[in-house]
Design a protein around this ligand. Structure first.
Ligand code: UT7
Length: 322
């Protein structure tokens, strides 16, 4: 069985947080944030707005913007998130219940900012195995609820959003070969822990907020993602100029620029969501896709390389046809 991404839908909360929002809380300024990250503003969920609400709204937008597409026959839901409303039940069952989808497997996965691409790869696997036909995949986060606002190097980065992709059977394969991998030795360089734990012999904080060693992750991301883009081209027998778009996780515009330079892609082929949404973790790739689609950039049949990376450290990449 072949798989395709039939439709994409996204949602970001209405509350816009400009860079200046931080200037009376921490020692920073908008020029620093823009020049070091590319971020101008981000969205924060409301007090009573949670990750599952963002997922539901992403599906509503997907349906409204894709006439003829329905949830009839959805038989599996995968939600990639690190910021679930609660640990149990899963966000996938929240979505299933809201839309009253019957006979549907539900599962949350945790692969931080790489989660959406991991979800696509799993959905393709379910369809290729012939056990499922129509899978909803989400990358969804309310990072603002898990941000340490006393840490100026991380709090200015994060934003909230959700992206949904409907993956279903297809006459022709449109989700191609993938790469996945991890380096757990960097676990202590990016974590969110509710309990006091020891990682690699080191006691780590347990205040339920995101901790990041930005410099280490930055260097790892540029080196590893550049290698993985070249690997994805090789295993898919594609030359660089046969690829229409690259969507690297929007963690920092400087990472995207450095990877573009290293791999020989012009910046106008790199689609991002960083400028107006910040780092939305697992939601950043569908968000960048949606922004570019609405700007009329992405055409049916375009070849797109999607590559997520983050806490783990872990990564997942795949080439798809729009
Ligand atoms: O999504 C998951 C994956 N995450 C990532 O890929 C994140 C990767 N890392 C990054 O994006 C960057 O490392 C950061 C944006 C987090 C930090 O940027 P940087 O260029 O690596 O800054 P830095 O940590 O080297 O700090 C440079 C200077 C320091 O001052 P000194 O020591 O040179 O005096 C910081 O204290 O900038 C200072 N600084 C700030 N200044 C103004 C750090 N944060 C701020 C701030 N405003 N918000």
């Amino acid at each position: 069985m072949n798989a395709q991404i039939k439709a994409i839908g996204v949602y970001a909360p209405s509350q816009i947080i400009p860079n200046d929002w931080f200037t009376d809380k921490i020692e920073t300024n908008s020029d620093w944030i823009i020049s070091r990250t590319g971020i101008r503003e981000r969205r924060f969920a409301g007090k009573d707005e949670y990750t599952s609400d963002l997922c539901v709204n992403a599906v509503k937008n997907l349906l409204a913007e894709n006439p003829g597409v329905t949830l009839d026959g959805v038989d599996f839901i995968i939600v990639a998130t690190t910021t679930a409303d609660q640990i149990m039940p899963s966000m996938a069952t929240r979505v299933q219940n809201y839309f009253n989808i019957e006979n549907c497997g539900c599962l949350d996965i945790m692969a931080a900012c790489a989660g959406f691409v991991y979800g696509l790869i799993l959905a393709k696997g379910l369809i290729a195995a012939g056990t499922h036909k129509k899978v909803l995949v989400f990358g969804a986060e309310t990072l603002s609820k898990f941000t340490d606002y006393a840490d100026r190097s991380s709090c200015i980065l994060f934003g909230d959003a959700a992206g949904a992709a409907l993956v279903e059977t297809s006459d022709k394969s449109k989700i191609f070969n993938c790469v996945t991998g991890s380096d757990g030795s960097h676990g202590k360089d990016l974590y969110l822990s509710q309990h006091a734990t020891v990682v690699d012999g080191e006691q780590i904080d347990a205040n339920g907020k995101i901790h990041q060693n930005g410099k280490v992750v930055f260097k790892w991301a540029v080196r590893t993602m550049s290698q993985k883009i070249n690997e994805l081209l090789t295993i898919n027998n594609l030359e660089r100029d046969q690829l229409d778009w690259v969507i690297l996780h929007s963690a920092n515009l400087r990472i995207i620029e450095a990877v573009a330079l290293e791999t020989g892609f012009p910046m106008d082929k790199m689609l991002t969501s960083i400028e107006l949404f910040g780092n939305t973790s697992s939601a950043s790739i569908p968000l960048a896709w949606d922004i570019a689609a609405k700007a009329g950039k992405i055409k049916t049949g375009d070849k797109m390389l999607l590559l997520g990376f983050g806490g783990g450290l872990t990564y997942a990449g795949v080439i798809v046809e729009a």
